[in-house]
Design a protein around this ligand. Structure first.
Ligand SMILES: *[C@@H]1O[C@H](CO)[C@@H](O)[C@H](O)[C@H]1NC(C)=O
Length: 252
């Protein structure tokens, strides 16, 4: 069979177009597996390694997943949204089920002492879903299912939110409710008396800086994994407090 030479470049250009339309999010489906943790009410799925707290208050609810090491990217994938469907398991996949859309809020740690059920060990791509999400695409008794997944833009209500924690010498910022790509890859902070200061990735979606910014209004420059950057100016007023959350008026 002779392959027409014009095909590969055309295919490449079309993939680029698809990528531009999707805003830089990889639109392709990939193979993985899924299990669930916690109960129907979302017990055990709150908090988690991404640094989020009460997932209901923060807008994520039960539409959440923990990611294996291969997907977690040291916490930088936290906040990303995935569409997931059950495949190739006629016994347990719910026929005609709408694919679920979940936000990454937790980490499924590897367990190297195990020889069975080692689903979250590298290099396996694995989603440990909330009970509610798992049971909307498969029977509970399945335990583990093969899935196909893809990144999708995150649809969030309201602006990006910043929770300020730590102390005057170590400011920690949790960034959440991030739309579109959803996962933050770089963050900088600007006090009203400073220039732009690069923050260090702490864990999950928390970022820190060793600088006393008490008494200064705060702005943030946030970059998501698709390379888009937005400046959130004067999100926190000069009398901001540790433990408080400040919501911006914009989102990605
Ligand atoms: C890892 O697996 C072993 C064997 O099943 C188990 O005893 C242990 O509790 C697991 N460790 C964690 C942290 O879950």
């Amino acid at each position: 069979m002779v392959m027409p030479y014009s095909l590969p470049p055309l295919f490449f250009i079309m993939m680029l177009l698809v990528e531009v339309i999707a805003g830089g999010i990889d639109p392709n489906w990939y193979d993985a597996h899924a299990t669930f943790y916690g109960d129907a009410a979302g017990g055990e799925t709150m908090q988690g390694a991404c640094g989020y707290g009460d997932l209901f208050k923060q807008g994520y609810g039960l539409a959440t997943t923990a990611l294996s090491t291969a997907l977690f990217n040291n916490g930088l994938t936290c906040g990303a949204c995935f569409q997931i469907m059950c495949v190739n398991d006629p016994q347990w996949c719910i026929k005609g089920a709408t694919p679920i859309t979940v936000t990454a809020t937790n980490y499924c740690p590897p367990n190297y002492s195990k020889t069975v059920d080692i689903w979250c060990n590298p290099p396996q791509k694995h989603f440990d879903l909330s009970y509610k999400m798992f049971t909307s695409i498969a029977g509970e008794k399945a335990g583990i299912i093969p899935v196909k997944y893809r990144r999708v833009p995150c649809v969030k209500t309201g602006g990006v939110r910043f929770e300020l924690k730590g102390n005057p010498y170590f400011l920690i910022v949790l960034v959440y409710n991030v739309g579109n790509a959803g996962d933050v890859s770089h963050m900088s902070i600007r006090g009203s008396k400073t220039g732009l200061l690069t923050m260090t990735h702490n864990s999950g979606q928390t970022w820190h800086i060793n600088q006393n910014l008490v008494g200064q209004s705060l702005s943030f420059l946030v970059t998501t994994s698709d390379g888009k950057a937005l400046e959130f100016s004067f999100v926190a007023p000069s009398n901001w407090q540790f433990g408080q959350t400040y919501e911006s008026k914009q989102n990605f």
